[in-house]
Design a protein around this ligand. Structure first.
Ligand SMILES: [Zn+2]
Length: 289
């Protein structure tokens, strides 16, 4: 693994509150987690079950979608929709090298120290901006206009303890997301590769009685950075959550460690397991599991 680092050079957006990715959305139905082997590619679904917001765009290892013209159909992104990245590890963006429609969309990304390849890719995007430093460590929210509004919460994490590995900066300073249903009072956690106890607002939902409807296990089910605080956040959180592990069937990292999630998960699946039944994605929808 290369130790050469570079920094994302894109300009920062002047005002994140000017973004309104929910402008045509009355209700968030849930999330669609695509099977991209090792990595994340997630769409948020509107009231019609259609993707309207994209989070990460897949990797290379074990990814059956990574080549060919089908990528724009398999991982659909409309030109006027927002793509956000949790962080710059390649398993979260590099499928977009082949995704013409994804590359034409607006991207909002974290400024991180990362690989020169990631920096080079970022410069091929037609409309991409960085999250400004002024909102690092502060939870941000996009909301629907309906009465019991649904929302997307996110926070660009600041660095915590020093990292011990070459990629620690990307994992530890990424963007953590939560998707919230006001009507069902449920939340779905999408923390990318960042240990989910690091997002300050996750505890807010637990403390305020929201059910945990589901999550994509952080860092593909890795044990790395699993801490007491991580266990404590999940233990006894009400709900019957679906936990998905977005790793390749075989990987050199030992993902996933499912035992960590025993006792908190109502239903557990691996995304690679979907292929056996011919599915390329799995939806986690608000309401009853
Ligand atoms: Zn990853």
């Amino acid at each position: 693994m290369s130790t050469v680092k570079a920094k994302i050079l894109l300009p920062a957006i002047s005002d994140v509150s000017g973004l309104d990715p929910l402008h045509s959305v009355t209700r968030i139905a849930g999330v669609r987690v695509y099977d991209v082997g090792q990595g994340d590619a997630i769409a948020l679904l509107d009231q019609n079950g259609e993707p309207f917001f994209h989070l990460d765009y897949g990797g290379r290892q074990g990814n059956m979608l990574k080549t060919g013209p089908a990528i724009d159909l398999r991982l659909p992104v409309h030109r006027d929709r927002l793509v956000m990245l949790t962080h710059w590890d390649e398993d979260h963006w590099c499928t977009a090298r082949n995704g013409q429609r994804a590359r034409a969309a607006m991207w909002l990304v974290p400024r991180q120290s990362t690989s020169p390849r990631a920096v080079a890719f970022s410069l091929t995007l037609s409309d991409a901006k960085c999250i400004p430093e002024s909102v690092v460590g502060i939870a941000q929210r996009f909301e629907t206009q309906s009465a019991d509004s649904d929302s997307i919460w996110w926070e660009k994490l600041g660095a915590h303890e020093p990292g011990i590995g070459h990629n620690e900066d990307c994992n530890r300073t990424g963007v953590a997301f939560a998707v919230v249903s006001g009507r069902h009072k449920q939340v779905i956690l999408l923390s990318g590769d960042a240990a989910f106890d690091r997002a300050s607002f996750y505890q807010h939902f637990r403390s305020n009685g929201y059910e945990l409807r589901g999550m994509v296990a952080y860092h593909h089910g890795s044990s790395h950075d699993w801490r007491l605080a991580t266990s404590k956040l999940l233990e006894g959180w009400k709900g019957n959550p679906t936990v998905l592990f977005s790793c390749a069937e075989s990987n050199p990292f030992g993902h996933p460690n499912k035992q960590q999630y025993q006792g908190v998960a109502g239903a557990m699946q691996t995304t690679f397991g979907l292929r056996a039944v011919g599915l390329h994605f799995c939806d986690i929808l608000f309401g009853r599991p």
